[in-house]
Design a protein around this ligand. Structure first.
Ligand code: TXA
Ligand code: MG
Length: 349
């Protein structure tokens, strides 16, 4: 299959630039599109056949359900059993980087939800994503646009790397603003929810809208082989470069000393805060240092982390080391992704 790569300016485009891609969705094809979190590989969410195409293209286990993307919060009605809490969340965070899991209606094929009786709904803020959904006239089922297990794609080039020749369209709308996937919550009661995957909508932000927010313990730990997780995608080593990754946990001084030792030993890649990279510049030894932002700038780190993980595979060096992120605020989302990318390999200093 020939993949059409089209470039669209997210700040200034006309609907007709998206018509061919929207028609492809209507016709049951696959379209990679930008969102504010990461790129998605999308198809008609009302079709079981389309869901199977997505699983095949990603090499994803079909028990791992897909998020359905809508262009306005009320469009969830035909597909999910909504509650007032859903609309409260929608008022605060939609369109935006939040996915809400609710009981599903029969209009959503079992193939989309991996056989679960619930469905995940998200209304993206990215103007291209939003327009594509509206013009397609159907909700779009879309997992992140990466081969299963690999770091999510945060720009069109990464999506092309994984899907050139396997999808009809890749829409290049520039770099994803957040660079990490949406926050996922499951509604569990009138005023209660459980956080299943942290993202740019933080735990604290959710607490401002909902009285009872709990955090699934799978956010910070690896699942056992036979465990049935609430969020199936949290099961596997994930977001990972091909090289082994280990996370350094300790005081700022201890982690810097550790990175100095690794540089002296050579043959490795260090994913560093900017301050660490500056401090390592004159240290003896030889290794590649990737900067992901200042230690207190978690947004920039989130924006760059998947690109850094992908870069590792193209660079010299047999092992990759990074900081273990803090558990607070937006740090929880970075922690959740990196701990999986590292298959829970943490070096306690
Ligand atoms: O930011 C995002 O959410 C991106 C963009 C493209 O929207 N999408 C994304 O999709 O990250 P994906 O498929 O890579 O991750 C969705 C996660 C998976 O871990 C899946 O197991 C979980 O959501 N999920 C989907 N439906 C679910 C359901 N009904 N119950 C529990 N977990 C569900
Ligand atoms: Mg994914």
């Amino acid at each position: 299959m020939k993949t059409n790569l089209i470039k669209i300016n997210p700040d200034n485009f006309r609907d007709d630039e998206l018509l061919a891609a929207a028609q492809t969705v209507k016709d049951g094809g696959l379209v990679v599109f930008p969102t504010e979190t990461v790129y998605g590989i999308g198809a008609d969410a009302t079709s079981a056949e389309c869901a199977r195409k997505i699983y095949a293209a990603k090499g994803r286990p079909s028990d791992n359900p897909l998020i359905i993307h809508i262009s306005s919060p009320a469009d969830a009605e035909p597909y999910a059993v909504t509650t007032p809490l859903y609309y409260r969340l929608a008022r605060h965070f939609m369109p935006g980087p939040l996915t809400v899991i609710m009981p599903k209606r029969d209009t959503v094929p079992d193939a989309v939800t991996g056989g679960l009786d619930s469905v995940a709904v998200r209304c993206p803020a990215h103007p291209i994503a939003n327009a594509l959904i509206r013009l397609s006239g159907v909700p779009i089922a879309a997992p992140s646009a990466n081969i299963s297990g690999r770091p999510s794609a945060t720009c069109a080039a990464h999506a092309m790397h994984d899907f050139d020749g396997r999808v009809e369209f890749v829409i290049d709308g520039g770099e994803s603003r957040f660079g990490m996937e949406s926050t996922i919550v499951k509604i569990t009661g009138e005023d209660s929810l459980i956080l299943l995957r942290p993202g740019a909508v933080t735990y604290d932000a959710l607490c401002c809208v909902c009285g009872d927010v709990s955090v699934s313990d799978t956010v910070t730990r690896m699942l056992k082989a036979d465990e049935r997780p609430l969020c199936p995608g949290m099961k596997y080593r994930h977001y990972a470069p091909e090289k082994p990754l280990a996370l350094a946990d300790g005081s700022a001084e201890d982690v810097l000393a550790f990175f100095r030792r690794k540089k002296a030993e050579g043959n490795c890649i260090l994913i560093c805060y900017d301050e660490q990279a500056d401090a390592l510049a004159d240290a003896p030894g030889d290794c590649t240092v990737l900067r992901i932002g200042r230690s207190d700038d978690l947004e920039t780190q989130g924006h760059r982390i998947f690109a850094a993980l992908r870069q590792c595979d193209e660079l010299n060096g047999d092992a990759v080391f990074a900081n273990l992120p803090p558990l607070e605020g937006y740090g929880l989302a970075l922690y959740n992704r990196l701990i999986r990318a590292a298959a829970h390999t943490v070096i306690r200093l």
